[in-house]
Design a protein around this ligand. Structure first.
Ligand code: DGL
Length: 270
């Protein structure tokens, strides 16, 4: 048993899709979340910059004595092979749990992948899917406007701007006949209803945050690292810019007021 917190990070709000699932599966766990809101988006930046930011995010979490690090960011996960991992702390990223779930879900072996420019350019999902099942055909597409739309609160199911952008980005994947779509950026499940409505009911959406949360609980259990307190765990949220916008949108997404739990830090100290 281990009652230290689980550390989760992303460039902004996206990693909350993993936090929401973690809280549902393991409500007794403490969570320390870092959203790098001062430097979001990561997905349009160079590999070198993304790796530098990720190293600082990881350093912040290890200073908080976390028992596990969850990279709840598709962009950082796509480059994780080149990332220096902390010693002695289990480290999970979104790539493999998500690719495995997609390979299990597809029936016609046509899988769509959407993500940030860095994620799609890295070819990480293509490689991961090919390793699992070489017959899967991958259709991928970068969707760089989705992250700023989410971070700026264009998230209502009937938001006209986000619907138009979704149609522009997703039309060709729908026409390619994919039956499964990997939401390869953790921000995207926040607008999953718009993505789902654009793709059509018959397409299965794979939520990378959710798949990673399941994987996290499995690893903690296997290694005897689950928390043994009967009470609900605490969440602490840290951001690198103003707390108010994050608190508002995160509160809507998590379905509760988190205003008191959000703190601003200077990530350049790490
Ligand atoms: N949510 C992240 C991802 O999964 C980062 C998006 C971004 O900052 O561009 O890729």
């Amino acid at each position: 048993m281990d009652n230290r917190p689980i550390g989760v990070f992303d460039s902004g709000l996206g990693g909350l899709t993993a936090v929401k699932e973690l809280l549902e599966i393991m409500p007794q766990e403490h969570i320390v979340y870092f959203g790098d809101t001062g430097r979001v988006p990561y997905g349009s930046r160079s590999q070198e910059t993304i790796l530098k930011y990720a190293a600082q995010d990881i350093h912040f979490l290890t200073e908080n004595r976390v028992k596990m690090i969850v990279v709840a960011c598709g962009t950082v996960s796509s480059l994780a092979r080149n990332l220096k991992k902390p010693q002695g702390v289990p480290f999970i990223d979104v790539l493999h749990p998500t690719a495995l779930a997609a390979s299990a879900a597809t029936r016609n072996k046509r899988v769509g992948v959407i993500g940030t420019s860095a994620t799609i350019r890295s070819g990480s999902y293509r490689r991961a899917l090919a390793e699992i099942d070489s017959e899967i055909q991958v259709y991928d597409r970068e969707c760089p406007l989705f992250v700023p739309l989410v971070e700026n609160g264009f998230v209502a199911d009937d938001d006209e701007v986000t619907r138009l952008v979704a149609e522009r980005y997703l039309g060709e994947l729908r026409d390619a006949g994919v039956d499964t779509l990997i939401m390869g950026c953790t921000h995207y499940p926040i607008i999953s209803r718009i993505i789902g409505a654009t793709m059509g009911k018959e397409v299965t959406l794979i939520d990378s945050g959710r798949e990673t949360a399941f994987c996290c609980s499995k690893v903690l259990e296997e290694r005897g690292l689950l928390c043994d307190r009967p009470a609900k765990g605490d969440c602490s949220f840290y951001v690198s810019d103003r707390v108010d916008d994050f608190s508002r949108i995160a509160g809507i997404f998590l379905g509760r007021d988190i205003g008191q739990e959000v703190h601003q830090i200077d990530i350049n100290r790490y």
